[in-house]
Design a protein around this ligand. Structure first.
Ligand SMILES: C[S@@+](CC[C@H](N)C(=O)[O-])C[C@H]1O[C@@H](n2cnc3c(N)ncnc32)[C@H](O)[C@@H]1O
Length: 259
């Protein structure tokens, strides 16, 4: 399929450098390999090579991981290694209603919107207007804002419908304050997921979760790249040492007034 104006693609130099580009009429892209004239790419296809003075670049299809890592950010974001596992653990799929608490820059929102489209919806809550606007812009850039309702509100003040959501994702600093609220908002048997930076926060969360949820589980995902150099294949010396703890828990239909 030939590239058209508005299409997004990844430019790769096959040396670990990538750029996410939107093809624009009259656009130019400057790299140390040379200048790319967007109009000259109109008959190119994904997989094609662009030969420049300084070397070759290749046109690739953007992935969800590319979208997340290239997002414009003003906050810490959730990383693909953590997002991927949590989405699978929560079973998020087309048609689901998902609550997200702590929109931030919208990295997780991007992945959630892709998972629930075209029939589902994300309700996302953020107390900082500037962050919410950035997230909205990021989602619009990817054509995903139609799957998201952006709420500029502190979640502590939000009134949530009972038994509405198929999954809840929480990435705020005091999640233990909203455990009962999200328990009410979740459907029975559904999963709540939390991104927790420290063990101190983990303990406070556990004290609350224990009153409302079962199957409480906490893991950390390690990610280490293997350098693929012929004759010298080995793990990279550098790795992201730590991102966060991932907690999941299942809602059971208890009468909380008696617990
Ligand atoms: C680490 S960021 C979330 C990043 C996001 N998961 C992403 O992938 O881009 C945490 C966000 O939670 C927001 N936040 C913290 N407490 C909140 C609350 N009580 N209600 C709504 N938003 C809150 C902060 O303003 C911040 O933007």
């Amino acid at each position: 399929m030939k590239l058209r104006y508005g299409d997004k693609f990844i430019l790769s130099d096959n040396k670990g450098n990538t750029w996410l580009i939107t093809l624009k009429q009259g656009g130019e892209f400057h790299t140390h390999y040379g200048i790319i004239d967007h109009d000259a790419l109109i008959n190119f296809e994904y997989g094609d090579e662009i030969r420049l003075k300084g070397g070759s670049l290749w046109i690739l299809k953007p992935t969800i991981e590319n979208y997340i890592l290239k997002i414009k950010r003003k906050t810490q974001i959730m990383y693909p290694k953590d997002i991927g596992l949590l989405i699978l653990r929560c079973g998020v799929k087309n048609g689901d209603y998902v609550l997200e608490v702590g929109t931030g820059s919208g990295a997780l929102t991007t992945a959630l919107a892709i998972a629930v489209q075209p029939d589902g919806k994300i309700d996302t809550y953020e107390r900082r207007e500037d962050f919410l606007e950035l997230a909205r812009k990021n989602l619009r850039e990817y054509g995903l804002d139609k799957y998201v309702k952006f709420h500029h509100m502190d979640i502590l003040k939000a009134k949530l419908k009972a038994n509405k959501y198929d999954a809840v994702f929480v990435d705020i600093d005091s999640p233990w304050l909203i455990v009962e609220k999200i328990w009410r908002a979740l459907k029975g048997g559904a999963t709540a997921a939390f991104l927790i930076p420290t063990y101190n926060q983990l303990e406070k969360l556990l004290n609350q979760l224990d009153n409302y949820f079962i199957d409480i589980n906490c893991i950390e995902v390690f990610y280490r790249e293997i350098l693929m150099r012929k004759g010298r294949i080995r793990p990279s010396f550098r790795m992201i040492g730590y991102t966060a703890l991932l907690v999941t828990a299942k809602k059971v239909n208890r009468d909380v007034s008696t617990t």
